[in-house]
Design a binder for this molecule. Structure first.
Ligand SMILES: Nc1nc2c(c(=O)[nH]1)N[C@H]1C(S)=C(S)[C@@H](COP(=O)(O)OP(=O)(O)OC[C@H]3O[C@@H](n4cnc5c(=O)[nH]c(N)nc54)[C@H](O)[C@@H]3O)O[C@H]1N2
Ligand SMILES: Nc1nc2c(c(=O)[nH]1)N[C@H]1C(S)=C(S)[C@@H](COP(=O)(O)OP(=O)(O)OC[C@H]3O[C@@H](n4cnc5c(=O)[nH]c(N)nc54)[C@H](O)[C@@H]3O)O[C@H]1N2
Ligand code: SF4
Ligand SMILES: [Mo]
Length: 668
């Protein structure tokens, strides 16, 4: 038995340090958390503890496969890597000749991938063949635009500094599922007397003993946040000194917030005005106060402005400059490590396709049409909006589809060629935390299962076969690491730590006090409360509100939050079917639906059928089916994305996963 150290790169803020036990056959026998990342503190989530099931399970892709039956039938035969790659190379040449190279579209997201397996050798390859560009907008587009425009690379309050807060606000975030290492710090802060406020349409587990739960309608965060800002200004609770010294645009923000008196915001959000006022007064009197801003508030038509308004609250309230005070959102963009040296190929003017519009792109784009789709680090049949169009597109006879994945996902069913990918235990990865502020350099700890290969090997091989390799390209994972670290302004420090310990805290510190140790990266080091480019980009200007899309025919809001059992659709093969849609007892009663009844959830975009589960955790008017389900989890093979429109958020071209408005009926 050998014990090895590594780190978890999965799409989770925590970036755990891991301890792996491997037997003499090279198989993993035990996975636990280690102490190297202080935030991990020796414990990890159940999904990763059981990762052996994913590695050695029946769904694992072991070899390259070629389609033998009709599209989508799931009939494949085993092929060699050489045969599969030659076929891909031939098709690239044919398609480029027939339609032009923009007819090729890479499709990838890679939330669970670090610097070595995403936007590295893969982009080098797609840039060198002059494929269309894909915009990575599944997640963080709206909030990243807000955060970037206002704070430019400023990190948030460290997770372990939450113990110092006297007030914690959880806004559109459910740490009990999506970032479990924050929970003990919240509990410790509570033990020391901190208050807790939750803003969420659902009673998340931490809402149970919160001091206040604002159970807002999905998409109504903007009015609530602006009403709080308005109240702070009107009740002598705004920190004018901080605003003058450290922000620009405070007057414009104040003016726009003044359009939102409590009563108006409360009506739209479906909560009591007195409760929003309680929020504002508790916030004003608590110090340190921290807002954990999640992603639930960004996945709608107002997502960018909502996030900007939430992130403005600590500036107006003067809550920075103290340990445990301010906000945390994603820290992903705060590291000085550029992907450019790993890509080793500049970008160029080319057609850009928003990934949220995949179905539309496959079915409608014709100049040129998309003739080849290369999917990797992503499972769009499960995770992309407008599922009906995505499926229709995948079924096109004239589309050549490559799916490169670890497991036989729903997307892989529609492939012409399936390629087997390694997991993070079987390849080398360099990963930064977007919550915990640590970086890991993690070489492989296991031999690949079957014939699985890492992304950096496969895309370099494709470059080679097409004659696009250059002598100075970084090819091996070690060369990629060296190229990435050499280029960083923090090179010396990162290398010194990573080469010795394989873990490095953020060079500027993993526990910064905001506005003491760190400032916005904007030119003037100030918070831009109304950045001009965002104000120009948002359809109603920044902080402009777009009303709820509900209609009489489709009055219910469907949300599809994360669960503790999956990372997006990853590991969903282990969730027993069927998965029920949750509905408030009042909404069920008025439709004659009882617990366990089979129901159909539908709108003009599509429908899914599954049993109903009555739940008082939801506010009336909101129903819930988790994100990341596979077709096997419902009766008709469709999931939440079947009713989710492919409309885009106000900023960043983000997906509006929580803007689905639907009806639900019992199936007799
Ligand atoms: N276990 C696990 N962990 C994960 C993931 C996972 O799938 N599983 N996914 C990872 C990824 S990709 C991401 S982006 C993060 C997401 O992390 P979170 O933001 O915590 O996750 P979500 O479940 O998307 O949304 C959080 C909450 O927002 C609420 N919500 C929905 N609509 C609204 C709204 O309009 N306003 C407000 N205020 N709340 C709303 C939902 O009820 C939910 O409780 O988690 C990461 N961590
Ligand atoms: N309805 C609804 N849909 C949603 C959301 C929602 O809230 N509601 N949330 C959205 C969010 S926040 C996100 S981030 C997206 C995520 O959606 P996706 O990007 O589709 O993420 P996953 O579902 O985790 O799928 C990633 C796939 O990549 C594969 N993979 C992992 N590592 C590698 C590798 O190194 N090489 C290769 N070739 N493959 C690899 C995994 O096996 C997995 O099948 O989902 C979005 N979809
Ligand atoms: S998914 Fe998150 S909690 Fe689980 S091991 Fe990975 S980083 Fe830790
Ligand atoms: Mo995400």
């Amino acid at each position: 038995m050998t014990r090895l150290e590594t780190a978890c790169p999965l799409d989770c803020p925590d970036t755990c340090s891991l301890s792996v036990e491997v037997d003499h056959d090279g198989r993993i026998t035990k996975m636990t958390g280690s102490q190297r990342n202080p935030v991990t503190d020796g414990f990890i989530c159940g999904k990763v503890r059981k990762i052996a099931d994913h590695l050695y399970g029946a769904d694992r892709v072991l070899y390259p496969m070629l389609r033998t039956g009709p599209k989508g039938s799931g009939s494949f035969r085993r092929a060699s890597w050489d045969e599969a790659l030659e076929l891909i190379v031939d098709r690239i040449c044919d398609i480029a000749a027939e339609h032009g190279r923009e007819a090729i579209l890479p499709y990838h997201y890679g939330g669970s991938n670090g610097y070595l397996t995403r936007q590295a050798t893969d982009l080098r390859f797609f840039r060198r063949i002059h494929a269309s560009h894909m915009m990575r907008t599944f997640c963080g587009g709206p909030s990243g635009s807000a955060l970037g425009g206002m704070f430019q690379g400023m990190p948030g309050v460290a997770l372990d500094d939450y113990v110092h807060a006297r007030l914690i606000v959880l806004w559109g975030v459910n740490p009990s599922a999506t970032g479990i290492h924050l929970v003990p710090y919240i509990k410790e802060a509570r033990r020391r007397g901190a208050k807790l406020i939750v803003v969420d349409p659902r009673a998340i587990p931490l809402a149970q003993d919160a001091d206040l739960h604002l159970q807002v309608r999905p998409g109504a965060d903007l009015p609530v946040a602006l009403a709080v800002i308005h109240w702070l200004f009107e009740n002598r609770a705004a920190d004018h000194e901080f605003l003058a010294q450290h922000t620009t645009g405070a007057d414009i923000l104040r003016e726009r917030a003044a359009r939102w008196p409590m009563a108006r915001a409360a009506e739209i959000a479906g909560v009591d005005a007195a409760d929003i006022e309680r929020f504002a007064s508790i916030y004003a009197e608590s110090n340190p106060a921290v807002i954990r801003c999640g992603w639930g508030q960004e996945r709608n038509r107002n997502g960018g402005s909502s996030t900007a308004a939430i992130l403005s609250i600590p500036a107006v309230g003067g809550k920075f400059a103290v340990r445990g005070g301010g906000f945390s959102a994603s820290n992903g963009a705060t590291w000085n490590v550029s992907r450019a040296p790993a890509i080793a190929e500049p970008s160029y003017q080319v057609r850009a396709v928003n990934m949220n519009l995949l179905g539309r792109a496959l079915c409608e784009y014709d100049d040129p049409p998309i003739a080849m789709l290369f999917v990797y680090n992503c499972n769009p049949m499960s995770t992309a909006p407008n599922q009906r169009a995505v499926k229709k597109g995948f079924l096109r006879e004239d589309l050549f589809t490559v799916v490169y994945d670890q497991v036989h996902t729903d997307t892989a069913q529609y492939a012409d060629v399936i390629l087997p990918a390694t997991t993070f235990l079987e390849h080398h990865e360099l990963r930064i935390g977007y919550g915990a502020m640590y970086m890991f350099d993690s070489p492989a700890v296991l031999e690949p299962v079957g014939e699985a290969r890492p992304n950096y090997q496969v895309f370099a091989e494709l470059c080679r076969r097409l004659g696009l390799e250059r002598p100075d390209d970084p090819i091996s994972s070690e060369e990629l690491v060296a190229a990435l670290l050499d280029d960083s302004p923090d090179s010396a420090q990162l290398k010194a730590e990573l080469l010795v310990d394989r873990i490095a805290p953020r060079p500027q510190g993993a526990n910064p006090v905001l506005f003491v140790d760190t400032f916005p990266g904007t030119d003037d080091k100030k918070i831009h409360l109304v950045p001009e480019h965002l104000d120009g980009a948002a359809p109603h200007g920044l902080y402009g509100y777009e009303p709820d899309p509900a209609t009489e025919t489709y009055p219910l809001a469907l949300i599809s939050p994360a669960t503790s059992r999956t990372i997006s659709s990853t590991f969903a093969q282990f969730i027993p079917a069927p998965v029920p849609v949750e509905i408030h007892p009042d909404d069920a009663a008025s439709r004659g639906i009882r617990d366990g009844d089979r129901v159909r959830v539908f709108n003009e975009w599509g429908a899914f059928e599954t049993p109903a589960k009555l739940s008082r955790a939801l506010r009336p008017g909101v129903i819930c089916l988790p994100k990341g389900l596979w077709s096997r989890h419902t009766e008709n093979g469709a999931t939440s994305n079947a009713v989710i429109p492919d409309s885009l958020s106000d900023l960043g071209g983000g997906a509006c996963f929580n803007d689905a408005r639907v009806q639900i009926e019992r199936i007799d």
